[in-house]
Design a protein around this ligand. Sequence first.
Ligand SMILES: *[C@@H]1O[C@H](CO)[C@@H](O)[C@H](O)[C@H]1NC(C)=O
Ligand SMILES: *[C@@H]1O[C@H](CO)[C@@H](O)[C@H](O)[C@H]1NC(C)=O
Ligand SMILES: *[C@@H]1O[C@H](CO)[C@@H](O)[C@H](O)[C@H]1NC(C)=O
Ligand SMILES: *[C@@H]1O[C@H](CO)[C@@H](O)[C@H](O)[C@H]1NC(C)=O
Ligand SMILES: *[C@@H]1O[C@H](CO)[C@@H](O)[C@H](O)[C@H]1NC(C)=O
Length: 429
Amino acid sequence: MATSILKILVVFLSILSPGVLSKYQLPFQLDTLVLPVTKDSATSLHVTNIQKGTPRAATPLLVDLSNKFLWIDCERNYTSTTYQFPFCHSTQCSRVGNHYCHNCSAPARPGCHDNACAVMTTNPLTHWNVLGELGQDIVSIQLAHGPTSGVFVDVPQFIFSCAPSRLLAGPLPKDVVGVAGLGHNPVAIPHQLASHFGFRPKFGLCLPSSNKGNGVIFFGKGPYELDPGYDTVSHPIVGYTPLTIGPRGGYHIQVTAINIGKKALPFDISSFFRTKRGSFAKALISTTTPYTTLHHSIFMAVTKFFGDQLSWAPQIQPPVSPFGLCFNTSNIATSRMGPAAPSIDLLLQNENVTWTISGANSLVLARPDVWCLGFVDGGIKPRNPIVIGSYQLENNLLEFDLARSRLGFSNSLLFKRTTCATFNFTSTP
Ligand SMILES: *[C@@H]1O[C@H](CO)[C@@H](O)[C@H](O)[C@H]1NC(C)=O
Ligand SMILES: *[C@@H]1O[C@H](CO)[C@@H](O)[C@H](O)[C@H]1NC(C)=O
Ligand SMILES: *[C@@H]1O[C@H](CO)[C@@H](O)[C@H](O)[C@H]1NC(C)=O
Ligand SMILES: *[C@@H]1O[C@H](CO)[C@@H](O)[C@H](O)[C@H]1NC(C)=O
Ligand SMILES: *[C@@H]1O[C@H](CO)[C@@H](O)[C@H](O)[C@H]1NC(C)=O
């Protein structure tokens, strides 16, 4: 099975780039794929770009770790000639899970057919749900490394939801036409690529901290090399922690305690969830929440304790909204590693597995002369006591190993003298 796929791809790749690739140049590595990621400065959200449809069109999509599949606004400008829609009760339809049989009264177009499979499609910013038509079309994705890096391979019948324009609302980055769902679902992007290419469901996320360069999402085996020139980043993962899946398909980790400036936060965060297997607070990892959002009581404790650890720096009153603690930049030294702030350690399954949030990921330049602690008050009844937001994920490599149900994390790559924007997308064989 795997061999025949490989043969077909060899033929395909030879056609795609004659003279560059032939079967005599085997072995090539069709085991790791990459997508670029940019940061939108207006919204602080991250956007990927997928080549899609016939003719191929660059399709900017919001990166959403919790969404169950890729969805696109098909009403406005989806003109691909290779669009197909699986019928209701088809195998493709049942792969998605919840679905409905749907007729469309308007003239047929992508997103509007009779006897189609309709799936509940979610906007992560507005939390709106509407029915989208399940569709299939070609997607082209770039190979990561080896002699074929820079070459695109096709997934001819990639499954996605073809949604009405009204779903595309909210404070979305300009130009975005849909959402790239990386959540836990058989048709989420990592799972579809894994089953199509026969690699294990695993992906790596490395979000850039500015709009000046591309970050990267890796799919497949790896290694997830950012900048092959640096030995230190050939495997930057410093720890692994168990990954659990939330009811909506999002990824959670378990935080048992928090240290700030190496001192224990005087607040028992593990009281949020007690089971026979231990006590902890569930933390959702979210790319659609710009800043880490904490249950009100955790937020108050963290804000106070962080201020105490940085007592030499006078605070600015009132703090810049939506933050709760701000400082004059002139009191805090800054280096290539970011502002010198007390580290915030999330202690995971035990005290030896620590996700460290350092200055570059904790302090936000809210105004030209004001640093604020980049955490937000989530109120007293949040869905998750901790939501780790995208600012805290930037320039960290996260490895979601869905076959082993674990998350690998690198902590700030700035300490390894690299960033998420060092992957070379233009390299050619
Ligand atoms: C629709 O797509 C075409 C070709 O990609 C592009 O030139 C045009 O600006 C798009 N229109 C809208 C409304 O996005
Ligand atoms: C859709 O239309 C067909 C006939 O065109 C009909 O048999 C079917 O019951 C309709 N389905 C729904 C869900 O209305
Ligand atoms: C920050 O401190 C500098 C120097 O002490 C002062 O000039 C400036 O007004 C302060 N900025 C704010 C926002 O307080
Ligand atoms: C943490 O590391 C220390 C030193 O390596 C070791 O003695 C201790 O057993 C470890 N704790 C756990 C829970 O693994
Ligand atoms: C990326 O790789 C290509 C081909 O190997 C090279 O020409 C180019 O200079 C590289 N870009 C950067 C930014 O290193």
